[in-house]
Design a protein around this ligand. Structure first.
Ligand code: GLC
Length: 447
């Protein structure tokens, strides 16, 4: 039994164009704007604010009425930043292999970390730190060549003209007092304008958009105002439909997201900011697995750290960043500039492809027991090596019959001595862009 025509349609080429084909249409201009982001793969998120004084949840601890607002705000008196060394932060971030970083310039509690002229709440005016913490950070980031992302909460539960205060207390309804809402928007626009003019970030990471509509936020105007002076800036999706990329939070996508660009933001333990009782850290192995999971589905990972109020970074977080650095430096050819890999039916593990589609990278999260297997690969394999180690590996195709168009199974020998303590990466050089057979084999009737 042979189905030559059927088989022809079941072979998919993963060359330049086919691989990036997604369900979402994208303009060439947008694609270009997103290029650095697509190649960056790892970003480091920084949640730093007065909530690190008592080590409680950022803003939510008063919003959810765990403690009174006044008690939450008392923390400002203990925020010193006395050991803050932005060059060291940036050095560590760079060492982790990240290509960008996103820092909280203002969380939902409304305390700005830069010297805002638009409002009264800031680390400069309201804390013993008495200074703008963003300017020196931006300088260090620029000197290092990392891309700069600014987190900005659109909602501000402290602002007297913002409708919501806590989950049980609201100040007013927008529809009842549009002039008051306009005052808040003017304030919000003024703060964003300051950030844009002073820091010209590469990325805005908005948050809190869920409380109002795009219309009420004036989302279209925000985007055009920021792009006017900073044309290539990109936005995350938390601006009610006006973003450039999707932001799944904490949950690793199980199926490949349909958006062409996305970023998983994730904590190392269970907290965004510093919370000393939270020792529930994931191991470097678990976090690297998630990172590779993102790569294999064409996304980035934005991994969070939460410095203490004095600006020191907890040791557990430093250790994780350093292990990322070791692993990423060793495997860099299989990280930056890769694209989403092949479907899991072909390989029991994570995969990516190089830009021209003719190198397939395999990430082995387990000890392979001697061999790994790839099914349904139509291409001829020219060479297989261990990334970051250089060893050439033996490989062989079994079950390829002359009368069948179904490719055989490719087995690659993986000796124990080439294994990385975390995740081993193999490079499979193909004779051209990857082609996959996606059929059910030489089906013999079962009736
Ligand atoms: C959330 C929370 C917040 C956190 C953020 C990070 O939606 O509001 O506290 O800063 O996401 O992704």
């Amino acid at each position: 039994m042979r189905f030559p025509t059927l088989i022809a349609t079941l072979v998919f080429s993963l060359g330049n164009t086919a691989i990036s084909a997604q369900n979402v249409e994208e303009s060439a201009e947008h694609k270009q704007r997103m290029e650095w982001f697509d190649n960056a793969k790892l970003g480091i998120f920084i949640h730093w604010g007065i909530y690190a004084v008592n080590g409680i949840s950022e803003s939510w601890s008063f919003y959810n009425n765990y403690i009174p607002y006044s008690e939450y705000m008392q923390q400002a008196k203990g925020f010193t930043a006395k050991h803050y060394n932005p060059q060291e932060w940036v050095k560590l971030i760079k060492e982790s292999g990240a290509q960008y970083t996103v820092i909280t310039t203002k969380h939902h509690d409304g305390v700005a970390l830069w010297d805002t002229q638009a409002g009264t709440l800031s680390t400069k005016k309201s804390t013993p730190a008495k200074r703008d913490l963003i300017t020196p950070f931006v300088k260090a980031v620029r000197d290092s060549g990392l891309k700069l992302g600014l987190y900005y909460s659109l909602l501000d539960w402290s602002h007297p003209d913002y409708p919501n205060w806590t989950k049980t207390t609201t100040r007013y309804k927008i529809s009842d007092d549009t002039a008051r809402w306009q005052r808040f928007c003017d304030f919000n626009f003024a703060q964003m304008k300051e950030l844009n003019n002073q820091f010209k970030p590469d990325l805005y990471w908005f948050d809190g958009d869920w409380e109002q509509t795009a219309l009420d936020w004036r989302a279209a105007d925000i985007v055009s105002m920021l792009r006017k002076d900073n044309p290539n800036v990109i936005f995350n999706s938390r601006i009610q439909g006006y973003g450039d990329y999707a932001t799944p939070e904490q949950g690793v996508p199980v199926v490949r997201p349909k958006e062409p660009h996305w970023e998983l933001c994730m904590t190392m333990n269970d907290s965004w900011g510093w919370q000393p009782h939270d020792k529930n850290f994931k191991s470097p192995y678990m976090l690297l697995r998630t990172f590779v999971d993102c790569l294999s589905n064409g996304g980035n990972m934005l991994l969070d750290i939460g410095p203490r109020e004095d600006g020191t970074i907890p040791q557990e977080e430093i250790d994780i960043l350093k292990e990322f650095g070791r692993w990423i430096t060793k495997h860099k050819e299989a990280i930056y500039e890769t694209r989403a890999g092949i479907p899991n039916e072909h390989f029991q593990g994570y995969t990516t492809l190089n830009p021209s589609g003719d190198i397939l990278y395999l990430y082995l999260p387990y000890r392979p027991n001697g061999v790994v297997e790839i099914k349904g690969l139509v291409n001829k394999v020219n060479r297989v090596w261990v990334v970051g180690n250089g060893t050439m590996l033996n490989y062989k195709v079994y079950n390829k019959n002359y009368w069948s168009e179904v490719p055989g199974n490719l087995y690659i020998d993986v000796p124990d001595e080439v294994l990385d303590p975390q995740i081993t990466v193999l490079a499979v050089l193909l004779d051209g862009p990857a082609k996959l057979y996606r059929g059910a084999g030489q089906v013999i009737s079962v009736n």
